[in-house]
Design a protein around this ligand. Structure first.
Ligand code: NAP
Length: 266
């Protein structure tokens, strides 16, 4: 089998380190380089924590993609950088697999347009954990029968965006099937700003940020005399890697933008 040539952006990050290790340990993947804003011109094997995994380091994405000609760019950075990386990759004929969260609707529209123009696949996955994808699907199933729902997402306190990409995606999926409704009392009033959380299509989303957490979410449905809670917990970042592998394999067969791993799970 021909190896899939991969560049990882954000290799020193918590997700990036796991992705480097995944690529290195997967027989049909080849780590051809990394994109890192520091250490330009060096080699990954010289950095702490990479146990001799060798890959050239680039800070300039254009130079990196031009010289290495990878098949796939895995991006695990920040929303602004991730968007720039995805656009540059598509323009250079490279398929992006983006785990970075916080992309706007406009970002997704621009990437969708670029994918069509270049006839290249791109996967944006706010959550790579298969259990989290199932949580979203189960929530969408339940929303047909329960129109009152609130989402509580809980993450570590280094997370930059709120609400989480997974919570927004869950609300979007629920909105597709849920009978439209503005929840809570029509005259409810916040005595402290933000007490009722973010409002997406009438649903409330609450973001908890605490050290000790990784990535967790519960979706609570309520109806007369009953509640239904659907919960997923990621206890470490390795939980995301089977989804990253699946996304890399699938993006090679795509010529469109796919937003959300649930669209490639059979
Ligand atoms: P992290 O540990 O903070 O790592 C972020 C990496 O991005 C670091 O290596 C950082 O380099 C780099 N970076 C930051 N600003 C940059 C810039 N301007 N140019 C180039 N590189 C830059 O974060 P993380 O926990 O790994 O998360 C990374 C992303 O993945 C976040 O968006 C997070 O929400 C998302 N995430 C997604 C999933 C999923 O399943 N899809 C799961 C968990 C997290 P420096 O060290 O130089 O700052």
């Amino acid at each position: 089998m021909k190896k899939i040539k991969i560049v990882v952006a954000g290799p020193r990050g918590r997700m990036g380190q796991e992705a480097v290790s995944l690529v290195h340990n997967t027989e049909h993947f080849e780590l051809v380089g990394v994109l890192d804003r520091k250490n330009n011109g060096g080699n990954l094997s010289e950095l702490d924590g990479f146990n001799g995994i060798s890959a050239p380091i680039y800070s300039d994405i254009e130079e990196c993609l031009h010289e290495l000609r990878p098949d796939v760019l895995i991006d695990l950075t920040t929303p602004e950088v991730g968007m720039k990386h995805a656009v540059t990759a598509l323009k250079s004929g490279v398929r992006p697999v983006v785990g970075t969260t916080g992309f706007s609707k406009e970002d997704l529209e621009e990437l969708n347009r670029l994918c069509q123009e270049k006839e290249l696949g791109c996967i944006i996955a706010p959550n790579f954990a298969v259990g989290a994808i199932l949580m979203m699907k189960f929530s969408q199933m339940a929303a047909k029968y329960f129109s009152d729902v609130e989402i509580i997402e809980l993450h570590h306190d280094k997370k930059l965006d709120a609400p989480s990409g997974t919570a927004v995606k869950t609300a979007d999926m629920i909105a597709q099937v849920r009978q439209e409704k503005q929840q809570g009392h029509p005259n409810e009033k916040e005595t402290h700003s933000g007490a009722r959380g973010a409002n997406i299509e009438g649903m409330r989303i609450h973001s908890v940020r605490l050290p000790g957490l990784i990535a967790h979410q519960q979706v609570i449905f309520g109806a007369e005399g009953q509640t239904l809670t659907i919960r997923h917990d990621s206890y470490n970042r390795a939980s995301f890697m089977s989804g990253v592998k699946m996304a890399v394999e699938n993006v090679m067969k795509l010529d469109v933008l796919v937003y959300g791993l649930e669209n490639i799970l059979d």
